[in-house]
Design a protein around this ligand. Sequence first.
Ligand SMILES: *Cc1c(COP(=O)(O)O)cnc(C)c1O
Length: 333
Amino acid sequence: MVTLADILGAAGAISGVADRTPLIPSPFMSAAIGHEFLLKLENMQPIGAFKLRGALNAVRALPEGVAGVTCCSTGNHGRGVAYAARERGIRAVICMSELVPQAKVDGIRALGAEARIAGRSQDDALAESRRLAAAEGLVEISPFDDAAVIAGQGTIGLEMLAARPDLDHILIPLSGGGLAAGIAVAARAIRPGIRLTGITMNRGAAMHLSIAAGHPVEVAEMASLADSLGGGIGHDNRLSFPLCRDLLDDTVLVSEEEIYHAMQVLYHEDRIIAEGASVVGLAACLSGKLAPAGPTATVVTGRNLDMQVFTRIVTGQDVRLDDHVIKGCPYAT
Ligand SMILES: *Cc1c(COP(=O)(O)O)cnc(C)c1O
């Protein structure tokens, strides 16, 4: 599995490139929950998202002479893998579905990686990545179901508890569960009684439904403001599913309207530009679905936004997501 020792090893491996983001207080959110509320600013990583940690740890661990790497991605893992592959001077092919925003595809190409668009879902992108791995001798790096990736993401938990050993509750954006699994392994080892909540959108909550069912389940993939949280957990999930199932205290779902409002809050109150996936922890508290009982922190996971959509949100305009329209609302507390 993945242990604290693996995470400490990852911290050494990624040191100086993807580590040590600030953990800052949010006065507005602290007042809202009645306890200190802290933001771990992974949106400040070199690729604009925490995924660089896991990707770097995985790519640096590959044997000498490797031909190249491939992965499926909702955008940010691909960007991390592209960055790490460029650093090692090897080929990277990133497979994504049509649901991935153009800004993310462009960011991957800008790092010199090949971007392939395959189908309408993460499953389609995964199938293409596996086909390529077999056909072209590339190593496939899962965005979440990989021990080196999970250990890399776990370094976030190490840093949070090193900065604030008194944290009572960590709110973790949850998709394939690599981030939550890594943080949970670190946090449970360092502070066993800490509360750990995984949070995701109600449009396609793959890990939440899988934990409830007791096995990985498939979900229909839908457009969401939290596009980085889209996709399934893989029917053959080996690591992130059991770790999330065993180590998280609970999972909470938020709506698109709640994500919209929380993006406005983070921007207007904390002056932070971040993706929908980054604000689900705020959304869960602001909607009253979670009531933390002590010092609380969440991970602001990324900033790789479609700026046109972001501008519409922070100026209170309607946003269309395929079949669903989020009714605009100017920001007011
Ligand atoms: C990947 C990602 C997540 C979710 O991480 P998982 O390990 O898939 O659960 C959250 N936010 C952003 C910005 C991401 O890129």
